[in-house]
Design a protein around this ligand. Structure first.
Ligand code: FE
Ligand code: ZN
Ligand code: FE
Length: 190
C-alpha cells in the first residue's frame, strides 16, 4: 500500500466530516418534530440551516483544492445518531423528552467539534489557509450550538424535573433538595 501522508489524512478527515454533516442534515428534522419547547425547536431549526452551510463549506474546500467531492461513511456519527434516535423512543414524558433531545444533540456537537478541531489544524499545517478559516468558522458554530443547548437545558431540565412529581409535601421537599444539589454541582463545574 502506498504510504499515506498528512495530506491524505487531511482529505480523509474532510470526507468523513462531509458525510457526517449529511447524516446530521437527515437526522435533525425528526428531533425538531418531536421537541415540545419552542425555544428548543427554534434552536435546532437554526442549527439545521447552519449545518447545510457547513456541508457546502466542505464542498467548497474540495473544489478549491481541485479535489473530487467525495464522502466517506462516518461510522462514528452514524452510531451517535442511531443511539440518539433510540433514546427518543423510550416513552419519556414530554419535558423529559426535550431533555433527552438536548443530551443526544450535545453528543453530536461534541463529536463534530473533535473532528473540526483536527481538520482545522491540518489545514493550517498544510498551508491551506482559506480552508483553515472555513473550518474554524464551522468549529465556532458547533461550539455556539453546544453553548445554546447548555443554556436551554437550564430551563428544560428544571421543567423535566418537575414532571411526574406527586404533590405530597415530602416529594416537594425532596425536589427542592435535589434542585439545590444540581445548582451546587453546576457552580462547581463552571
Ligand atoms: Fe456540523
Ligand atoms: Zn467519522
Ligand atoms: Fe453541528
Amino acid at each position: 500500500m502506498k504510504e499515506q501522508t498528512m495530506q491524505d489524512l487531511y482529505i480523509d478527515q474532510l470526507r468523513d466530516l462531509y458525510d457526517a454533516e449529511r447524516q446530521i442534515i437527515k437526522a435533525l428534522p425528526r428531533m425538531i418534530r418531536v421537541a415540545s419547547s419552542d425555544d428548543l425547536k427554534q434552536a435546532l431549526q437554526e442549527h439545521l440551516e447552519v449545518t447545510r452551510e457547513q456541508e457546502q463549506r466542505i464542498v467548497q474546500i474540495f473544489e478549491n483544492r481541485g479535489e473530487k467531492v467525495k464522502a466517506q461513511k462516518c461510522k462514528g456519527i452514524e452510531g451517535v445518531l442511531k443511539e440518539g434516535a433510540e433514546l427518543l423512543e423510550k416513552g419519556w414524558d414530554e419535558a423529559v423528552l426535550d431533555a433527552a433531545i438536548i443530551a443526544a444533540a450535545q453528543r453530536v456537537e461534541h463529536y463534530e467539534m473533535a473532528g473540526y478541531g483536527c481538520a482545522r489544524t491540518y489545514a493550517e499545517l498544510l498551508g491551506d489557509e482559506d480552508a483553515g478559516e472555513l473550518l474554524q468558522k464551522t468549529l465556532d458554530e458547533e461550539k455556539e450550538a453546544n453553548d445554546k443547548l447548555n443554556e436551554l437545558s437550564e430551563t428544560i431540565n428544571q421543567t423535566a424535573l418537575g414532571e411526574g412529581e406527586s404533590a405530597s409535601e415530602e416529594d416537594i421537599e425532596e425536589t427542592s433538595a435535589r434542585k439545590t444539589t444540581t445548582a451546587g454541582r453546576k457552580r462547581s463545574a463552571a
